[in-house]
Ligand binder design. Structure first.
Ligand code: B1M
Length: 210
């Protein structure tokens, strides 16, 4: 039985060596990559968030945890992304302008790729014009917007408005996600769908194209 608590603790304390050792040990012991992700890593980032909010952790420590998360996800990605070979569709994805959070968005990208989508990841701090240029260039069926801050939710609205006014929305679906947003906000700003996590994001993307 692997020790997922040790993974959670190593992530919280930003101890990269222990974390990678524990993740590899858990895989060797037969724990699935998705259990390590959800019950070890995502659980740990939740605790980091609570401590950040209460002032028990500061930004440099949060960055160390975020770096640990990224490295652990890199180890797990080939195991999680052993998906379908043919293209399920094209997606352009990014975190909206003003927002630098990318861990959740990267997980969504990974899950979409694992079910066969071709994803163009525009990264973080992406303005509406950059989304528009990518839509013109890559001709996606879906655009995905991520936001983790309540202060960047208005940018999500602005991006949806600009995409809606300058593209053929019958041929282009917009999905949104991120901790502060929900289905009601998606409806309010005219997005086609909202997903609460990476797994439901891949299901939503498939549903939007059917
Ligand atoms: Co930031 N941060 N942060 N932070 N940070 C939060 C979001 C916060 C809730 C922490 C807190 O106070 N409790 C808070 C926001 C409060 C609010 O807006 N109400 C906050 C704040 C305030 C800030 C700063 C303003 C702090 C400061 O500077 N004073 C600053 C802002 C910087 C900026 O963006 N301009 C800041 C900075 C940072 C770091 C750089 C230190 C770091 C980010 C590193 C990185 O991403 N590379 C960081 C981190 C790590 C967090 C927390 C702790 C963890 C976020 C995370 O990675 N979660 C976070 C607290 C928390 O969320 N509990 C916090 C794990 C990840 C797997 O979940 O991102 O929710 P999540 O993604 C999920 C779903 O949301 C969903 O699926 C994902 C996977 O399951 N999802 C989608 C996400 N996008 C989707 C898109 C979809 C569908 C689903 O379709 C397109």
């Amino acid at each position: 039985m692997s020790d997922l608590n040790a993974i959670t603790e190593a992530l919280i304390s930003g101890d990269l060596d222990t974390l990678t050792t524990q993740v590899k040990a858990a895989l060797d012991q037969g724990t699935s990559a998705s259990d390590i992700l959800s019950q070890g890593l995502i659980k740990g980032m939740g605790i980091v968030g609570e401590r950040m909010e209460s002032g028990a952790m500061f930004i440099p420590e949060v960055l160390m945890s975020a770096h640990c998360m990224g490295t652990a996800v890199e180890i797990l990605t080939p195991l999680l992304a052993a998906g379908e070979a043919s293209s399920a569709g094209r997606v352009v994805m990014g975190t909206v302008k003003g927002d630098l959070h990318d861990i959740g968005k990267n997980l969504v990208v990974m899950m979409l790729e694992s079910v066969g989508f071709e994803v163009t990841d525009l990264g973080v701090d992406v303005d509406a014009d950059t989304f528009l240029k990518a839509i013109e260039e890559h001709k996606p069926q879906i655009v995905g917007l991520s936001a983790l801050l309540t202060t960047t939710m208005p940018m999500m609205r602005e991006t949806v408005n600009k995409i809606s006014s300058q593209t053929d929305r019958k041929a282009l679906k917009i999905m949104i996600g991120g901790a502060p947003v929900d289905q009601a906000f998606a409806d309010e700003i005219g997005a086609d769908g909202y997903a609460s996590d990476a797994g439901s994001a891949s299901k939503l993307a498939k549903a939007l194209l059917n």
